[in-house]
Design a protein around this ligand. Structure first.
Ligand SMILES: Nc1ncnc2c1ncn2[C@@H]1O[C@H](COP(=O)(O)OP(=O)(O)OP(=O)(O)O)[C@@H](O)[C@H]1O
Ligand SMILES: [Mg+2]
Length: 354
């Protein structure tokens, strides 16, 4: 649905200063996909999303949306193509002197193709779609942030777009309202087969609803993959840092002051990170392995979470036994769960009290 080919964007600030905001960006986004772009402030996220509807023209490269090369279009053709690309913003960008209905009707009146009766009908439909039927005659100042963003979404969908671009659309909202807006976006994707691009600096947003994600750093895509892949197996330091804000990895607090070594020595216990994923995440794996392999397993830390509603658990355990028993247990864990990683060996004689 969306294809960016070798996009470069250079801003000239004054005579001598150049800012390379985007450097050789290539990516393609499938129809019906929710695609996330995450990065730190100034990374180039807004610049990137503004290229998808050509609010910014690339210095070089191609932008192809639904098979049409937007970079090769005349202004008038581009205007028509743009009406099939909706956009919502962090600051909602509503007209404060217009009612909710008039805000939503704005792009329809601007286009001038519908009669007032048809516009009324369409606005009613859109209000229903975003759950604001009872707010039609209110003004933006009378709405909560979440309600304002719903108006923003309804307005963005007025022209029946195929693509919805969201630039930090939930950044001004509290966590609960953020979730309700993300829930709405997922419903809209399913109902309308929309392709949605979400720009955010919040990994929580990605975790909740994105199918795939690109990490952007200094105008470059530093890493890209399925959300599951990025969360469970991040490669780049920045991705690891972003993920660690949501999913705590590594040695738990309990072992911070304990010497953990790389090699097994007689009597030491393996410190193991277990990554559970999907429907099997709640199986009684730890008890099974302890019984089968006759090892002692103590729980040092862990959490159960979800990625796009899929269960996702991370546990750190200590496994005590002979070298062969520990190896057997590691094999049995590997056969049962998504990933097993030995973080090291704890040489203390007593298993911790947990
Ligand atoms: N119109 C412009 N003229 C000159 N430089 C610009 C312009 N727009 C963006 N930039 C520069 O491009 C870089 C990327 O900016 P961009 O707004 O895309 O970042 P961002 O990732 O959206 O950041 P934030 O999370 O703070 O919104 C920055 O260095 C910025 O200063
Ligand atoms: Mg931005």
């Amino acid at each position: 649905m969306i294809e960016l080919k070798n996009i470069e964007k250079v801003y000239n600030q004054g005579t001598s200063r150049e800012v390379k905001a985007l450097k050789n960006i290539s990516l393609s986004i499938e129809r019906g996909e929710i695609f996330g772009v995450i990065g730190l402030s100034g990374a180039g996220k807004s610049t990137l999303i503004r290229h998808i509807n050509m609010l910014e023209r690339p210095t070089s490269g191609q932008v192809i949306v639904d098979g049409q090369d937007l970079t090769a279009m005349s202004e008038s053709k581009l205007r028509a193509a743009r009406s099939h690309i909706g956009m919502i913003f962090q600051s909602f960008n509503l007209l404060s002197s217009a009612t909710v209905s008039d805000n939503i009707a704005f792009p329809l009146r601007l286009e001038g193709k519908m009669t007032e009766d048809k516009i009324k009908e369409r606005v009613a439909e859109l209000l229903k779609l975003v759950g604001l039927e009872d707010k039609a005659q209110m003004y933006p100042a009378q709405l909560s942030g979440g309600q304002k963003q719903r108006v923003g979404i309804a307005r963005a969908l007025a022209n029946d777009p195929k693509v919805l671009l969201c630039d930090e659309a939930t950044s001004a909202l509290d966590p609960k309202t953020t979730m309700s807006i993300l829930e709405l976006l997922m419903q809209l994707r399913d109902k309308l087969n929309l392709t949605i691009v979400i720009i955010t600096h919040q990994m929580e947003v990605i975790k909740e609803c994105c199918d795939r994600v690109a990490v952007i750093d200094g105008g470059i895509i530093s890493e890209m993959g399925s959300t599951l892949q990025i969360f469970t197996d991040p490669q780049q330091p920045l991705t690891k840092r972003l993920v660690s804000a949501v999913v705590r990895r590594g040695l738990p607090e309990l072992l911070r002051h304990t010497e953990i070594v790389d090699q097994y020595t007689e009597g030491s216990k393996a410190v193991v990170e277990l990554l559970f994923l999907g429907p099997k995440a709640d199986a009684p794996v730890i008890v099974e392995v302890a019984t089968l392999c006759k090892v002692k397993i103590s729980l040092l830390g862990g959490s159960i979470d979800h990625i796009k509603k899929e269960p996702f658990g991370l546990m750190v355990v200590e496994v005590g036994g002979s070298k062969a028993e520990i190896e057997h247990a590691l094999d049995e864990f590997k056969a049962r769960i998504h990933r097993v990683e030995v973080l090291g060996y704890d040489q203390r004689k007593q298993l911790s009290d947990f």
